[in-house]
Design a protein. Structure first.
Lengths: 508, 508
């Protein structure tokens, strides 16, 4: 039993405490050695799993969620890893550190410090597997966009436009074959670097653990190998505040090798091995193959579906926040999930959020060298991302608790147009509708309101003037005349064009 | 008993034979006098109801469906109307007379002579109730469009933008109140004139019998009055080959005064009283309030629903042709069923037809004098109608049996893009998708094909060249590589823009 005591570290709340120990370097420590630590603050205890990082190095990563003086002590059946003690002084967060993102108000998200998180995600499935200069470009590009989440695979991707070999193998190749009992620690260290880079840019890393687009054999790992891999990721990445767990892209296309029970178990392993309790989701391929997102270990519903006016239905069905990560992508490739116009993708974002959900961006313009953002990152060629950055900035001016739809999906007029509110702000997104006057969804009682017109494509916000609400025509059957009250206390006059959103804010 | 024999008339097959008799002019013949005639051709007998037309005039209208020498004899308990005999020599149709439209191939329509009928309808609910010069304008406008069906109400309409008094009351006003036992025959004679005018232009008159937008009391007629009215219409208009029966616009908004059993009975009365068996449908208001269109008396499913990618679902549900008469209208009024862009309406037409259904047009631009096409006719101000005329012309080049969807709604890629075929022609309508290369839905075996690009908005048709189909990426799980056969024998290169349709025709 070792009794080393490391010096007290000072770390921000939601920062990552990391320490390393030396242990056995022979045999297969990945299989044979385990250790964890108990972190204590007063009467509170948190169990944090450690992980092997190759060459006899063992690491422990911990994201503290409470300020104060924490103590920890390692535990292991391997004597060199047992009984190490240490302390950390957890201080208040600084700068852009707002903590991990959690579910808030049932259908929404917030950082742990309470600030709202309006998810504006993008997708670069295999960006960490590209040449390093391409990865640098991806980070530069992300810095100028408004995306605050990125979906990215741990494994590389084998798919059209994705035939290059990855930067690193994820497991060691032994006799020309990957040995899924021997991780390539260099690959994981590189992945750490990029997850940290995203964290420092304020971008959530939505890590995809499994996907079916594989020529290396990752889909055929056996059950024990799968479980060990998931537990390893939990131990290695659970300490990063910006990590989200996406169990799969298109898990249903993997059902032939990984049955449903295994997916459930993956979730449970994350519950057991990730003391930071990061967000957890799973992603369907076929539109009718949703996982049962009501299961307790799923924190939010993750889907891909182009039919975004159904967003309220998905909220109602699963009772959790809805992120529609693939409402089809802006692009021009042959695959029709990846060739809608920029206008249409922007429209689907507004439609989704104005019905209480969140959408995801992707860009798939064909490129002579197959450098396509959706898989490889690099640079953006399209038009949607600029409008989404504008959209996020506009919404973040006012949205605090999350946008709740103004009505059920089936209710007039919300089956046709989209509207949402949060506190004293309301938005009515008209989309393909181009009325020259509007009232529905505006306040029923007059008051001191500020009205603006958001042109979602031109990225402008211009004041609107109140105008008299048109008198509703009475409903008459024969002699019976039923006067109808006006839809709202006032109306607004609008230009005749698509893609407009009315914003109505009550003045303070 | 009268024994008058009228001279033999010569009439085209599917023409309208009309003859009149003099009978009682006192009392209330509408209530008290009935008569019909049996038309005979060899061993065939057809019972044709007659109707009263005011001032002691009784009429009989008959649309013969077989050439040859027909005999008829009237029957009535009223002696002056009983036993009239006559003959008609029914000859082959000429000119544009193709007969009435019937259901063909389960989901489609054809004229009785076998020529295809691709329904391109528009809506002018109350055009026959406007001033005569406006009605003349409506007919002039229709003549330059490509519409071959119009939805129109027998009753006038009370609704926003529809507050003027109708040209004629439908029933006599007695002591300031309409007497629903006394039709205003002048109103019906005028309606006859306009139904005939449409017929002579080759336009189907889709007659709406009831609707809820009423300030005259038509919604509150009692059950017997309702039944008498339906039977009267059957007798009066069954002889016109271009008549369709639309039991209601938005029957569900009338359920408070007319229960479901009454709607069933209306259908049955038409079955009993219309020997020409014209097409019969009924129209919902709320999206979830469809009548059970599977009932045997419904010839085709008539709905209003903006969600046009669900067209195959509606076909599957009801098993009959689907006409989506209100996939929202081009316009800019406050009501959001009437303010989509022209582009969107054209898109919805193509999407609907490329999934095996038919769509309906309407135009609702606000106008200083409330002269809006959708209700009053007059002139068109929009852009969709031109594209729909082009669309009809393009499709009529090739479509014979009807467009059948290339796949079920849920199937890749047909949940995203729309495709249909008929015999040797296929269309793939890409809509909001803008791939620069395409293969799916193109023939799997090579052959002598003619390929064209239809720009649905620019109204152009330009040749496309075949190009090598991209090799499909194999599906791999680990060591198992499953090569996938190409989607098609060849592909086409496309410009990157929305609203395109690929046409592929096998050369003769």
């Amino acid at each position: 039993m070792s009794t080393t005591t490391t010096p007290t570290a000072t770390i921000e709340k939601w920062g990552m405490f990391e320490t390393e120990f030396t242990g056995p370097a022979t045999g297969n420590p990945y299989l044979d050695v385990s250790f964890d630590a108990i972190f204590r603050l007063k009467e509170r205890e948190v169990r944090v799993p450690g992980f092997y990082d190759g060459a006899g190095v063992y690491r422990l990563r911990f994201m503290p969620e409470t300020t104060g003086e924490w103590q920890f002590e390692t535990r292991s059946e391997t004597p060199e890893l047992n009984g190490h003690r240490g302390a950390l002084d957890v201080v208040a967060p600084t700068g852009t550190n707002k903590g991990p993102v959690r579910v808030k108000n049932q259908f929404h998200f917030a950082y742990a410090d309470g600030s709202p998180f309006l998810s504006f995600g993008t997708t670069c499935y295999a960006w960490t597997h590209q040449p390093l200069d391409e990865q640098a470009k991806t980070l530069q590009t992300l810095a100028k966009t408004g995306f605050n989440k990125i979906r990215m695979g741990v494994f590389p991707k084998d798919y059209p436009y994705n035939v290059n070999e990855p930067l690193h193998d994820i497991y060691h190749v032994v006799d020309g074959k990957r040995d899924f009992d021997q991780p390539n620690y260099e690959a994981f260290r590189h992945f750490d670097t990029q997850v940290a880079a995203l964290r420092d840019m304020g971008i959530e890393a939505d890590l995809i653990l499994f996907h079916p687009y594989d020529r290396w054999g990752y889909c055929d790992m056996d059950e024990a190998q799968d479980y060990r891999y998931v537990a390893y990721l939990a131990a290695r990445y659970g300490g990063f505040r910006n990590v989200w767990w996406a169990l799969a892209n298109e898990y249903d296309f993997l059902i032939d090798t990984k049955p449903m029970e295994r997916w459930d178990r993956f979730f449970q392993i994350l519950e057991e091995e990730d003391p930071a309790r990061h967000l957890k989701s799973i992603h369907n391929g076929a539109a009718d193959a949703n996982y049962d997102h009501r299961k307790p270990w799923v924190t939010h519903t993750c889907i891909q579906n182009w039919d975004v006016k159904r967003t309220q239905e998905w909220r109602d069905t699963w009772g959790k926040p809805v992120i529609n990560d693939e409402p089809e992508y802006e692009g021009d490739i042959i695959q029709c999930w990846g060739n809608i116009t920029a206008q249409e993708l922007v429209h689907r974002f507004w439609t989704t959020m104005m019905r209480g959900g969140y959408a995801g961006h992707g860009e798939t313009y064909s490129h002579p060298d197959d450098l396509i953002w959706w898989a490889k990152g690099g640079v953006l060629h399209g038009e949607a991302w600029k409008r989404l950055k504008f959209m996020r900035a506009v919404l973040e001016e006012d949205v605090r608790g999350g946008l709740e739809p103004l009505g059920p999906q089936a209710q007039w007029p919300w089956h046709r147009v989209s509207g949402a509110q949060d506190g004293d702000v309301r938005y009515i997104y008209l989309g393909e509708h181009q009325p020259v006057i509007w009232t529905l969804g505006l306040p029923e009682e007059d008051g001191d309101y500020e009205l603006d017109l958001i042109d979602t494509w031109e990225m402008s916000v211009t004041p609107l003037a109140k105008q008299t609400a048109p008198q509703n025509h009475p409903v008459r059957h024969g002699e019976i005349i039923r006067p109808r009250k006006p839809d709202a206390a006032f109306g607004v006059a609008l230009p005749r064009k698509p893609g407009l959103c009315i914003r109505c804010r009550r003045k303070a």
